[in-house]
Design a protein around this ligand. Structure first.
Ligand SMILES: O=C(O)CCC(=O)C(=O)O
Ligand SMILES: [Fe+2]
Length: 405
């Protein structure tokens, strides 16, 4: 048995609206998509939760009237975040049957909750620890050093994002996002790092003297994460009944974003406020996200059937992998791009005045920039495709330009 019963969690990130002319230009080039209004998730009894789901104590946030259409609107009751032993895609001696079983488990998880934990994923503990250590060193730099690397353009999506600049949300109106940022900012700072060989967009690296070996460490981590992502995409292809190499030429150009995240210590009561979070409710934008978290916790995933949030607490030796919007669109929403957020850790002493700082590393995997994302032929439903065709770069630029200032 390679799938264990587990509790799960969700996290959410807010993003802010970009005001710059370049962002406006970027969003103008975006193909418009069908604007859909989705109903607020209805609450239903806890008994409707999947057998492995544990209800969180956090309340459901009210929906704004205008929301993106998401894969998470469904009436199927199960919502499970399993631990999947991924060694069949890492070990040289794995059999086709091992890989087929793993692939089935993974796609089932993505159809259920859109989230899974992977164990035996092949990235060493040592490499992950080194990357976390360099990330912590970076965030300790003086603010003016970090500000020199400021994030400027959604098409680049590179650089330092100071606290309060990004407000991740599913909201679509500029006024609504601005109001959210004002009232309930995300309590986090981040550094976004793209493909370092990109001919147009350059990464914002700290100087070697300020952050020794930072760049080398991050480049090595990107390489390892990209390789793991290719294996996960191959496993998804197999689980969907496609050729194991189906996604290979569609996802091989390393158009990914490595995001280092630091959530400073914050008063616990601030995070308990309605609508307030370390990272607000959101879905991820790309194909899949590989998420590495420290031991603090706080990530939560939203059960679309009940609207209840479930903790996706860190499990030693595993990473979290979740489906993003573009993979959901490819699969006509059969694989779920599930809403998530980061709140105060559920296990924390309720009386603690401050929640500890938290670090996480998200590797947002994307299809190639010029890849057209359209419903795969075997995922067309009776009603036909739910989404208009869109290029990866246009979808990402649109979402990013909406969520940053
Ligand atoms: O920090 C985390 O655990 C989640 C971050 C996240 O969801 C994101 O950056 O999209
Ligand atoms: Fe996310």
């Amino acid at each position: 048995m390679t799938v264990s019963s587990l509790t799960l969690a969700a996290r959410s990130l807010p993003r802010a609206r970009l005001a710059s002319a370049s962002a406006a230009a970027a969003s103008r080039s975006v193909t418009p998509w069908r604007s859909l209004h989705t109903p607020t998730a209805t609450r239903s009894p806890a008994s409707r939760l999947g057998a492995h789901a544990r209800a969180s104590t956090t309340s459901v946030q009210p929906s704004f009237p205008c929301r993106r259409h998401l894969a998470t609107q469904s009436t199927t009751p199960d919502f499970v975040i399993p631990v999947i032993d991924f060694s069949a895609f890492v070990r040289a001696d794995a059999t086709d049957a091992d890989r087929a079983r793993t692939s089935h488990e993974l796609t089932q998880a993505f159809k259920s909750s859109g989230f899974a934990y992977l164990s035996n994923h092949g990235i060493t503990r040592e490499q992950i620890d080194d990357t976390f250590a360099k990330s912590a060193e970076f965030f300790k730099l003086p603010i003016d050093k970090k500000d020199e690397l400021a994030w400027k353009d959604p098409r680049a999506n590179r650089g330092y994002v100071a606290e309060g600049r990004e407000r991740v949300t599913q909201a679509t109106s500029a006024e609504e996002i601005a109001a959210l940022r004002e009232q309930t900012p995300d309590y986090k700072e981040s550094l976004e790092i793209g493909n370092d060989r990109d001919p147009v967009w350059k990464n914002e690296w700290p100087q070697e003297s300020d952050a020794p070996h930072f760049k080398d460490t991050m480049l090595a981590f990107q390489k390892a994460a990209h390789e793991l992502h290719m294996k996960v995409m191959s496993s998804i292809a197999m689980g969907l009944g496609l050729d194991a190499r189906f996604f290979e030429d569609k996802c091989n150009q390393e158009w990914h974003t490595l995001r280092l995240l630091h959530y400073p210590s914050v008063r616990t009561d601030k995070l308990k406020l309605e609508g307030s979070a370390r990272a607000g409710e959101h879905s991820d934008y790309g194909s899949i996200t590989l998420l590495f978290q420290d031991s603090v916790g706080g990530l939560e995933a939203k059960n679309p059937h009940t609207g209840v949030y479930h903790a996706a607490d860190p499990i030693p030796g595993t990473i979290v992998v979740n489906v993003g919007d573009l993979l959901a669109r490819w699969s006509n929403d059969q694989l779920r791009s599930t809403l998530h957020r980061v709140k105060a850790p559920q296990a924390a002493d309720a009386k603690a005045e401050y929640t500890p700082p938290r670090y996480s590393i998200a590797f947002f995997c994307n299809p190639n920039e010029d890849q057209l994302i359209e419903t795969l032929p075997n995922f067309d439903s009776k009603e036909g495709p739910k989404y208009e065709r869109i290029l990866t770069k246009d979808y990402l630029a649109k979402r990013l330009s909406e969520t940053y200032v």
